[in-house]
Design a protein around this ligand. Sequence first.
Ligand code: N01
Length: 550
Amino acid sequence: MAVNTDELYDVIIVGTGFAGVYGLHKMRESGFRVMAVEAGDSVGGCWYWNRYPGLRCDVDSLEYAYAFSDELQQEWRWSERYAPQSEILGYIQFAARKLDLEKDILFNTRIASARFDNGSGIWTLTSENGDTMRAHYVVMATGCLSIPNKPDIPGIGDFEGEIVHSVQWPEGHLDLADKNVAVIGTGSTGVQMIPLLAREAKHLTVVQRTPAFAVPARNQPWNDARIEYWRQNFRELREAAKNTRAGVLHEYGLLPSAAVRPEDRIADLERRWIKGGPNVLYGFSDLLVNEETNNLVSDFLRGKIADAVDNPETAKKLMPYEYPVGTKRVCVGTDYYETYNRDNVSLIDLRTEKLQQIEKDGIRTDAGFYPVDVLVMATGYDAITGALLAIDITTTAGKSLREEWGKGPETYMGYGIAGIPNLFAVTGPGSPSVFSNMVLSVEHDMDWISACIAHLKERDFATIEADPAAQAAWMEHVDAVASLTLVNKAASWYRGANVEGKPQKFMPYVGGVNTYQKRCWEIARNGYEGFLINGKPETSPARKEEMAHS
Ligand code: N01
């Protein structure tokens, strides 16, 4: 079987990152006629597009991997605790080859629009090149972090040097020796690339709008004993991760800070700091709901910045005060703060130095001029909704999804959108998505979506869509849970605050992966309550039999 765009498919999956690759396998196993469409020339999603220096995942590689297949787990060996981009991409490509998926993927094809025909119940997807493909169901595995955020910084159009966005890093080596390089942005991307660019460039200028909390990765090669332990206990470990709030086997502290003796609090933070990675965030159960606990951890981390940076003025500029720790993604890096001790690194802190404009050969602020040959935009993404809204999708009432989500996205459980039948979003807004281990979450979502489509097909139902009332109630719940926490206190990309003009609303569900997944399967068991299901159930043999026995 190969892709044939003249055929009517049961399911078309858009995107072949971790989600699309697993989804294609799962839906094929479920007996559906399924194809996937991919803008790049390989599977891999964000791990295919991103290749900037220093890129690694900030989740342990043994956990940032598929859980569904013992075989994949046994055959693949992760080299390091935090796998580099090339290895993660290699892993996704390995999975696609092993599962023989590539023949069912249409590569180099970016979907521009999606239209549902009410009469026939068929979706038509049209690519930027005008190719069309049709299916009963569409699954948007387009990723939460795939559309680059390219802010319109004054004067940027006048810059005559090279501009590189982190998401579109040129293939091969970008020669920065003897160059004055500037990086705009100090999120996870900036924190990972800055130490490496500083080692290579003649001079590196970092433009910081909001400082990050960065923790040391303490990356290291896995030893054989660790790998063997995971091979032996793979199934139990992955199941255990599903029962956690983040979908990762962190060492979760079960007590609020107030229940821990003051001297033990700091000792535990120190121990977690030495362990590395985001461990330091999981010491107390109330980090994200209690300002006192949050201040305790924030102060601890600011103290670490003071320890690492020689110049106290620079250290002060690098300290975040404007948001509680954990409400913007905490960055995991190596030698990030220490990099500011180098003679060839300057910091422009936009809180204390006003950006005037970018000029043809540099950056001008009210404090001076910084010559630049290469300008690196580490300015992140139009996250969570960007890729979905990049496709022109309309509701059955003829309204565009962009219009519909004008005040922020609304979904039912992250999957369904009222007024848009037979289309499922994967890790959509209103699901744990970026507040979880993404690989675990995409696998879960694909399992759920595939079970849902099987349910509909078996019963000959024609359409499913979110009930507007259930959608409103779910979004109210998503907001209510967020409001119990400190997450709305940060101007984060979780809230759309990083993109000019984007409606601001906290998008992920922060009630925990465990709670969310349980609810999803309850909904399934209750006949997909909260969804409107239409069609001619009496025509289905399965349904007839069911009714005869009822
Ligand atoms: O993007 P970001 P990212 N003028 O949005 C600044 C995942 N990820 O690519 O904070 C000046 O976090 C912006 O400033 P501010 C991970 O989930 C994972 O770094 O908005 N500055 C910020 O400093 C992560 O959270 C991994 O005030 C401007 C930076 O640019 C997510 O991707 C690695 C600006 C953007 O930071 C996004 O990370 C990389 C402007 N006009 C990414 N506009 C790992 O697994 C924006 N900025 C390790």
